[in-house]
Every structure is written in structure tokens, then in C-alpha cells.
Design a protein around this ligand. Structure first.
Ligand code: NI
Length: 401
């Protein structure tokens, strides 16, 4: 009962053009909510799915939703993941759909991701004859922090029915609209976090011999930590160690008693997770010992790297090639040290996460993600739906028994 995609190619596109993608995105943009507080967002998704008669479950991992759409005959189960949360940023755009929640903004495009997933759900529910098996749409909370993917997996969203593979996308202002960034293997980095308090011995600024200067010790630690990437790691493995916070001291003539630093560590190779953590602890402990200071460090592995399955990346690439229709539209050099908790889904089942180009220089839509003036070219929304729909039709073929 699955009709040939080629005979209805233009029909798919015109059907998708009928969807209210931009209106949905602009509504969501006006009411951004932080992680695990996506109540209005979830209510909107719930209302739309209910209106369209799509089976779904709300309240998963607090504000998450999973919609299940069965095709006309048995087949594989493909999940599509969209994140729904916004950021603690005050919007500086003067657009009619500007955020109405002061200090909160969809500055990463997750409003667009939710609209694309809704559009995909609507299309699939109306075209169940065009795919076999089941599509699960996972509307996930709290991607930015503290992470909603793990709690959703723990709540069983990849079971009943068991998900065979997963796809997801991120609108991407690092790429122009009309392009798709897709690659096999590592796409985004692991995200680790550390905090460290240095305990020295304070005193008079003119009498250093009576003290253990926490400023000097901290400064040496900051420099020494840079050697993790430069001297500990294989230079063919990319990584970043960034100390984003450094605090010590209270006055110009007082030697600091304590210092505090925090930072983030990024890398693609999962085997580096213990290596970098151990080396970081060794350096901090060693530098402190050499000065008679002590340290108290904490290290967290927040998100693993986003690693795409080669077959699923091939699927997305071939579909995106047919949708984009320009030879230069598929960008394989799209790796980034940014992180994403889509990685947890990709650890559980094979899948592909990809970037949907959304910048438009002529229209001034070039601000980076997480900037108070971030906005994107909304024509990308329909492209996102079309890629998802065609991935479903290509992946969810009837089982041969
Ligand atoms: Ni994001």
C-alpha cells in the first residue's frame, strides 16, 4: 500500500506548505519556558495533537510528550526527537513575535524544532498509507539544562513499541538556509564541567613569605590545565579545556586566602572521558602540593558526544540531497564543539542528528545561537518537515516476512 515517492514528490512539498509552521513557531517563540517548566509549550503541543486525533502521552519526565503514529501496515519503529526548552536570555529583537516572558528567550531555535515536529506529526497522521510501522515523536524538555533526554529514556520512551532508530535536527545559523549539515560518526562534543576551590593561606600584601597566595596558585593551575590538550592528548583527537570562571581576592593589598575556578571540557572521542578528568585532577593536586595549598574539585560528565550511525547518516544524507537539490547544499564539515543531550538517545539506538541551515545574510538573520538577537529564516521549517517525512517514508518500509 506504500505509494511510490517519486509520483507524489511535488505533492509532499505542497502539502507541507499548507501547514501553519511559521504561526506555530511564532506562538511558541512568544511564550518561551526554561527546562522542565515547558508547561505552556507542552499544553500547545498537547492541544494540537489532540485536535488532529494523534495518540500521545503527556507528562513524561515532567513536561515531555510522546506521540505515536502508526502506518497502515507493520514495519519498523522510527523516533523523531525535538527539544522544547528556551534560555535565560532577555530578547533584544523588535519583532512582532518577540518573547513575552522577560528574561527568557528561544535563542537556540527549539521553538522551530517543536514546530517542525508538530508539522511532521500532522503530515504523517494524514498520510498513514505512505509508511509502514510506527513513528514516535519525542517532544523533549530541558535540553539546555539540566538535560531531559536521560529522564525520558528512563521513563521508557524508547520502548513499547521498541524504537529501531532515531533522527533529530538542529536549526543551525552557522550554515545558510538551503543547506543541511550531515556527517557520519562524531558530530558534537561531550560536555564535561568542573569546579575547583583552592585553599591557600591569606595575609598582608607586603608579606608574602607568611602566606600561600591563592592567586598565584590559581594562575599556575589555569596555565597548566592548557597542557592537557597540548601535551597529554593525541593531537589527532580534538578537545577544548576552557576555564570560564576564576575568582580570588578581595583587595589590592591582601593576599588571597582562597581561589575558585570553573570550566568546561569538550571532546569527541568517548575514550577521553576518564583520561582528561584524571589528568585535570593530577595537575590541580600537584600544583597545589608544590605550594602547600589544598584543593577541592568536582567533575561532572554531563553529555556524551553526539555520534551518528553511518547507515542512518547515509539515510539522512540521501534524503536531504533529494530535498535540497543543490550539489553544494549538503555540508559534511559541520562538526562542532557544542554539545547536545540527543547523544543519550544515540547511545541507546542507532540514529542521526543533523543541522538544518537557517541563517540568511540578506535578511540579517545571522546572529549566533544563544545571542539575544538570535533569529532564523523560517523557510527552513518546511525543509525540516520534508526531510523528516521523507526519512520516515524511506526508513519505514513494510516488513518482508
Ligand atoms: Ni539548541
Amino acid at each position: 500500500m506504500v505509494s511510490s515517492p517519486s509520483c507524489t514528490d511535488t505533492q509532499i512539498r505542497s502539502d507541507i506548505q499548507q501547514l501553519d509552521l511559521i504561526a506555530w513557531r511564532r506562538y511558541l517563540h512568544q511564550y518561551p519556558e526554561l527546562g522542565f517548566k515547558e508547561h505552556l509549550t507542552a499544553e500547545f503541543v498537547d492541544q494540537q495533537l489532540t485536535a488532529w486525533g494523534i495518540e500521545h502521552q503527556t507528562g513524561i519526565a515532567k513536561t515531555g510528550i510522546v506521540a505515536t503514529i502508526a502506518g497502515d501496515c507493520p514495519g519498523p519503529v522510527l523516533a523523531i526527537r525535538a527539544d522544547m526548552d528556551a534560555l535565560p536570555i532577555h530578547e533584544e529583537n523588535a519583532v512582532p513575535y518577540r518573547s513575552r516572558h522577560d528574561g527568557v528567550m528561544h535563542a537556540c531555535g527549539h521553538d522551530g524544532h517543536t514546530a517542525i515536529a508538530l508539522g511532521t506529526a500532522h503530515y504523517l497522521a494524514q498520510h498513514r498509507h505512505r509508511f509502514a510501522g510506527t513513528v514516535k515523536l519525542i517532544f523533549q524538555p530541558a535540553e539546555e539544562s539540566p538535560g531531559g533526554a536521560q529522564p525520558m529514556i528512563a521513563a521508557g520512551v524508547l520502548q513499547n513499541p521498541q524504537v529501531d532508530a532515531i533522527i533529530g535536527l538542529h536549526l543551525w545559523n552557522n550554515l545558510p538556509v538551503g543547506t543541511v549539515g550531515v556527517k557520519s560518526g562524531s558530530l558534537m562534543a561531550a560536555v564535561d564541567l568542573f569546579e575547583c576551590t583552592i585553599q591557600g593561606k591569606g595575609g598582608h600584601g607586603a608579606m608574602p613569605h607568611q602566606t600561600t597566595d591563592a592567586v598565584v596558585v590559581s594562575a599556575q593551575i589555569v596555565n597548566a590545565l592548557q597542557t592537557i590538550v597540548a601535551r597529554t592528548m593525541n593531537p589527532l583527537d580534538a578537545a577544548v579545556v576552557t576555564i570560564g570562571q576564576l575568582q580570588a581576592g578581595t583587595a589590592s593589598n591582601v593576599i588571597a586566602d582562597t581561589g575558585f575556578m570553573s570550566g568546561t571540557v569538550r571532546y569527541f572521542n568517548p575514550e577521553l572521558a576518564p583520561v582528561i578528568e584524571v589528568r585535570l585532577q593530577q595537575i590541580i593536586t600537584g600544583v597545589c602540593q608544590s605550594w602547600g595549598a589544598t584543593s577541592d574539585c568536582r567533575y561532572w560528565h554531563l553529555y556524551p558526544p553526539v555520534i551518528n550511525d553511518p547507515d542512518m547518516a547515509d539515510l539522512v544524507r540521501s534524503v536531504a540531497t533529494s530535498v535540497i537539490e543543490t550539489p553544494t547544499g549538503i555540508v559534511p564539515t559541520c562538526q562542532t564543539m557544542g554539545g547536545e543531550d540527543m547523544s543519550f538517545f544515540l547511545q541507546a539506538v542507532p540514529g542521526c542528528y543533523f543541522f538544518l541551515g537557517s541563517a540568511n545574510t540578506e535578511r540579517g538573520l545571522t546572529y549566533p545561537h544563544h545571542h539575544p538577537q538570535f533569529d532564523f529564516d523560517e523557510t527552513a521549517l518546511a525543509t525540516g518537515v520534508e526531510i523528516f517525512v521523507r526519512c520516515v517514508e524511506k526508513f519505514c518500509k513494510p516488513s518482508v516476512r
